[in-house]
Design a protein around this ligand. Structure first.
Ligand code: SF4
Length: 735
């Protein structure tokens, strides 16, 4: 390749456009990484609508990771104590197919599990879930997105009748008030934050509220930082709603015409007076009142959230409680306003569209819905009744299924559960019990590879062609621009080959990824995420395209007709709705077209602090690193930026325990222990400590945040509460 190519950053869900040039492009010296491999030049793509040429350190340095520690050939071993030996693709796939047949014969197809990833391209997702749900007849295909955004999915479905973030990034520059809760956007979604922050600085009337127990970089930029006690989000949100109600700052016309179940919600929020809320949340009453005032005085409020809300045992309730505020103030379906979840991974959104969780089917369908199952069975030319009506195993129940012996084959692809799952000691013990684990990844070693019997080399970013959807529903074509190392294959090719070997030749007869994409978009026809108007050709010619994009609808949303109420709202205003947002007609995807209020009292943390474990541990992410460092741990600039893990402790707590800055501290929970140097800082509230989640056994000894966390999950989304657990601190000098 001699010309530059446009693609998408493969890290976070912001989905920035990148322009990549080959190592020896004309007129440039070839830069090389520490292993002597030529480095591709990566810059921001100025024409990409989401990022407008911006790129953070992760996107800018991605090419340094492309050639390091690559898994190039299939490998196999009989037991975990044996060394791996190189085998042919035939030998590896024969063993997998044999095992699938054995498990079906002895345990039934529910004994087979595939655990995938938000780093898949949509084509990988689509073929994987077709193999498991369609051909094997079990819904045991889940992805690491379960640990990331499944609470947002459940919240949208329950409130609006279907999944799908209603907003777009242009709203960042149109809002009067940005309400950020449970998101360290400046570090975890930096380019979204850049766009928002520039707007806040430019428009002096626009306000930024940040709700976070930590004083993060995001909080430092806020007009109002509310450092609530961990787990009190619902109390705070209900408290704001209480004041809006008391001040008569709600939109009764919208509530009456476009929503349902408001009276029950109004009854619940009547029990959240400011004094009570301030006490429960550990905040000042005037801060609560100021937040409510910003909501009341702003015509357009935009809420952003991510893991701090989603990774909770009441994650769905939190999401719905955020949405309640938007419904009571009609802050939705108009520029600069709406509830907007930020996805952690580059293509978690594509997974939602393609059926990439254990309870959904492609096109935002549900496995529980008989009509949805029948539609997908027809598309796949499979006999009626082939798709199971039962949701499959979610990520954590794959682990518990290994414990009980109900899982006879675990296939893991593009994710690293030996670092990212909660309660790691239990996770690792379960992985040791697995009769056969297949691990498909681009890199070796990883922490999870140590638990695998079969390793399959996967082509990664730039080595296969496919599509990805970012948090604002923009689909970008990501073309192959470099050769694959060794015998690596695209994930979808591996899944399709297994499907054909199992006898589903017609179903997996895809000559290339474009053919997969053509079938996938057919599954979205007349669905809320209709993408039938999107094709590889069109993406190549026009660049990224936002959905909904039906075949006859071009780039515009299907939902641009304004109701009488909304057209009044925009009368005389410069900005007209452009079709970039969902629900612009204020008709939702519920049977009666009305959005639903939900009334929740907070239950608090699943494991609150107590006398034995007096601190709340919260976990999070750093600017340069991403997930479990599979890529970023191999990039020098980033490892220099964040060389070590640490535990943040408030000076008051540190003093009580005799801990000084940089002293080593053992953090203990009911499940495990980990050791970190202390970072004594007022950024964290007294009684709370913070540990970054990026370090697994490959990168540091005894520094795994998730050896401490627990798997207690939201009952609706099944997303574990990775963000909080009870711990105690022991100075190493005292051990
Ligand atoms: Fe990549 Fe996210 Fe950084 Fe954009 S903000 S360059 S998508 S990591």
């Amino acid at each position: 390749m001699t010309d530059s190519v446009k693609t998408l950053c493969p890290y976070c869900g912001v989905g920035c456009g990148l322009e990549v040039s080959p190592p020896a492009a004309a007129g440039r010296a070839t830069h090389r990484d520490s292993q002597g491999n030529p480095i591709w030049k990566v810059v921001g793509d100025r024409s990409h609508p989401s990022s407008q040429g911006m790129v953070c350190v992760k996107g800018a340095t991605i090419s340094e990771s492309l050639d390091k520690d690559r898994l190039k050939y299939p490998m196999m071993r009989d037991s975990l104590s044996d060394p791996f030996r190189r085998v042919s693709w035939d030998e590896a796939l024969d063993r997998i197919v044999d095992r699938i047949r054995t498990v079906i014969a002895t345990q039934g197809s529910d004994g087979i599990c595939l655990y995938g990833s938000g780093q898949f391209q949509t084509e990988d997702y689509y073929v994987a879930q077709k193999l498991i749900k369609g051909c094997l007849g079990t819904n045991n295909f889940d992805a690491n997105s379960r640990l990331c955004m499944s609470s947002a999915v459940a919240g949208y479905i329950q409130s609006f009748g279907s999944d799908g973030p209603p907003c777009c990034y242009d709203d960042l520059e149109l809002t009067d008030c940005a309400f950020l809760i449970g998101t360290n956007t400046a570090e975890c979604h930096p380019i979204v934050f850049n766009r928002l922050h520039k707007h806040i600085k430019r428009d002096r009337k626009a306000k930024l509220i940040v709700v976070d127990p930590r004083r993060t970089k995001t909080a430092e930029a806020a007009d109002l930082h509310i450092a609530i006690n961990p787990g009190t989000d619902i109390d705070l949100l209900n408290g704001i709603a209480h004041l809006l109600m008391r001040w008569d700052k709600i939109d009764t016309l919208f509530i009456d015409e476009c929503t349902k179940d408001f009276p029950a919600y109004a009854e619940v929020i009547s029990h959240y007076p400011p004094e009570l809320v301030a006490r429960k949340c550990g905040i000042r009453i005037d801060h609560l009142e100021q937040a409510a005032r910003y909501w009341a005085e702003s015509e357009r409020v935009l809420s952003l959230w991510s893991m701090g809300v989603n990774q909770s045992s009441e994650g769905t309730a939190k999401v719905r409680t955020i949405i309640n505020l938007h419904l009571m103030t009609a802050n939705i379906g108009k520029p600069g306003a709406g509830p907007f979840s930020l996805t952690g991974q580059p293509n978690a959104m594509g997974g939602r569209e393609a059926g990439g969780l254990a309870h959904i089917l492609p096109g935002y369908r549900s496995v529980k819905n008989p009509q949805h199952r029948a539609e997908v069975e027809r598309l796949w030319e499979l006999p009626a009744g082939r798709i199971s009506p039962n949701p499959g195993r979610d990520a954590w129940s794959m682990i518990t299924g290994l414990e009980t012996g109900e899982v006879g084959l675990l296939w893991i692809a593009a994710t690293n559960p030996a670092v990212s799952m909660p309660d790691l000691e239990r996770t690792k013990a379960a992985l040791l019990k697995s009769p056969l684990t297949v691990y498909q990844d681009a890199y070796y070693p990883t922490e999870t590879a140590a638990y695998a019997h079969i390793l399959l080399p996967a082509a990664q970013w730039g080595e296969k062609t496919g599509t990805m959807t970012n948090s604002e529903r923009v689909v970008t074509l990501c073309p192959q621009f470099r050769l694959r190392p060794g015998e690596a294959k695209a994930d979808w090719e591996i899944f399709a080959e297994v499907g054909r070997r199992l006898g589903f030749v017609e179903q997996f007869n895809f000559p290339d990824s474009a053919a997969v994409h053509r079938e996938f978009v057919q599954a979205t026809r007349n669905r809320p995420c209709d993408m039938t108007g999107i094709s590889y050709d069109r993406l190549q010619q026009e660049g990224p395209i936002q959905w909904p994009c039906p075949l006859d609808g071009g780039r515009e949303s299907t939902s641009t007709q304004q109701s009488g109420i909304l057209s009044n709202l925009f009368k005389g205003k410069e900005e007209k709705p452009k079709g970039k947002r969902l629900y612009m007609d204020w008709r939702f995807n519920t049977p009666d077209g009305r959005a639903r209020f939900a009334a929740y009292h907070s239950k608090g943390l699943a494991e609150p602090a107590d006398e034995t474990y007096p601190f709340v541990l919260t976990t999070g992410r750093l600017y340069g690193h991403w997930h479990t460092q599979t890529r970023t741990g191999r990039i020098e600039k980033i490892t220099k930026m964040h060389p070590n893990p640490f535990v943040e402790i408030h000076p008051r707590d540190a003093e009580k325990l005799g801990i000084k800055d940089e002293d080593w501290v053992e953090v203990r929970s009911r499940r495990g222990r980990a050791r970190f140097p202390a970072k004594v800082t007022k950024a964290i509230a007294p009684g709370t400590v913070f540990v970054p989640m990026h370090w697994g056994a490959l990168w540091a000894d005894n520094a795994e945040a998730n050896s401490l966390t627990h798997p207690e999950a939201c009952p609706d989304s099944l997303e574990p509460e990775l963000k909080a657990c009870a711990v105690r601190l022991v100075p190493i000098s005292a051990i």
